[in-house]
Design a protein around this ligand. Structure first.
Ligand SMILES: [Zn+2]
Length: 390
């Protein structure tokens, strides 16, 4: 294991600008070219969007079952962030490596590349799979597409580790992540004649107040003390509407986010809001202006990761990374998608989630070293007793 070589690989990975709206194919091809000469069987799955793809690479004695090590290849935008150096040129300073994606989650991918020759030389008793997805940071469409493919094939892994930044602790549960766009269409008149108009801003405000009632019920519905905020959450983080103080607003748009606890789903809450809008708001709006409308569009809805599905896997992974108690996180991961496809999954990777998506994102060299040790022990377990994972 060579920390310096890992750093060099990370430098290359960071230099590929794989911001979610851009193609990730150059990075995927670069990784494929590294794995194929080692004997990995590499499958590149093209996305419906041009220039994007998933990678699924397998090595080992048989072609079914096995353990999947997974990461996303895309990163969030740097636009408007006060970076003190080029975000796509990895910079080392006092034990930290700065760059977009260094923690989330190209550091883990660099460690996988470093561990690959070891896996290729080992006498594995079960196959190992490396998976890289696209669009994790937007709608998780990449992993949804890959999971559907694995489900249909005979290659369904029996367990998975996603290397999202957890400071190398084993995370067994995360909340779901769902985002919806609400578009309210009202009717514009001079505000002195307000009864003849329909204010889209005021209608949006009523929907948001209604969502706070839902938050209240979420607190009473289910509590899980493993999470910082131990309930499902509903939140409006962005709103835009209206043109002037003296015009009833014709349009208002806002984004509503739901982070449902494992075992709960976002969709029923949205169905409830939709029904309420149709029964309580729209008739009065349309009595004034026929074209009034409230449109609700799902941007993404990814299920949470439920620890009830991965107890054995979590226990087997903990000693490999010196983790003493399993964690739960409130950020969304692809774990719930894999779990829904029948693959028990845990999250464990280098770096801190608190620096991800920020300016001057970094990963500590020490974290990469710990990840390399983890992968080393994991390889050893795959040579001796892979059944401990399944
Ligand atoms: Zn991530």
């Amino acid at each position: 294991m060579d920390l310096q070589a890992t750093l060099e690989d990370l430098k290359c990975l960071v230099a590929f600008d794989t911001t979610s709206q851009l193609p990730n194919r150059p990075l995927i091809d670069w990784v494929a070219n590294r794995l194929e000469p080692l004997g990995f069987e590499v499958m590149v799955q093209e996305a419906p969007e041009p220039g994007k793809a998933n990678l699924f690479a397998t090595f080992g004695p048989q072609r079914e079952g096995g353990l999947m090590l997974s990461g996303h290849s895309d990163v969030v935008p740097v636009t408007g962030q006060p970076w003190s150096s080029d975000p796509f040129a990895l910079r080392a300073h006092e034990g930290r490596l700065y760059g977009r994606g260094s923690a989330d989650m190209k550091g883990f991918i660099a460690c996988l590349l470093q561990a690959a020759p070891g896996f290729a030389r080992a006498k594995l008793k079960a196959p190992i799979h490396f998976a890289l997805s696209y669009n994790e940071e937007t709608d998780m469409g990449g992993m949804k597409q890959l999971a559907a493919r694995l489900r249909e094939s005979s290659q369904l892994p029996r367990a998975a580790v996603i290397g999202e930044p957890t400071s190398m602790q084993v995370v067994v549960a995360n909340k779901g992540a769902a985002i919806y766009r609400f578009r309210v269409r009202g009717f514009e008149v001079h505000s002195s004649l307000r009864d003849r108009g329909v204010s889209a801003v005021e209608t949006a405000a009523r929907i948001i107040v209604r969502s706070l009632d839902i938050q209240k019920r979420m607190r009473e519905d289910l509590r899980h003390d493993g999470f910082d905020f131990p309930f499902s959450s509903i939140h409006v983080g962005r709103i835009h509407g209206g043109t002037a103080h003296n015009i009833t607003a014709k349009d208002c748009e806002f984004l509503l986010e739901i982070r449902a606890l494992p075992g709960r789903a976002a969709a029923p809450y949205i169905a409830e809001l939709r029904a309420w809008c149709e029964a309580e708001l729209l008739p009065a709006m349309r009595a004034i202006a026929e074209a009034s409308d409230i449109a609700i569009e799902e941007i993404t809805d990814s299920p949470g990761l439920d620890e009830r599905g991965n107890t054995r896997l979590g226990r087997a992974m903990m000693p490999l990374c010196a983790c003493h108690s399993p964690g739960r996180v409130s950020f969304g991961t692809e774990g719930g998608i894999l779990q829904d496809a029948g693959i028990p999954t845990v999250i464990c990777g280098p770096g801190q989630i608190s620096v991800a998506h920020q300016a001057n994102e970094f990963v500590e060299l020490d974290q990469l070293e710990r990840c390399l040790h983890f992968l080393d022990r994991l390889r050893h377990a795959m040579e001796t007793d892979p059944a401990c994972f399944f």
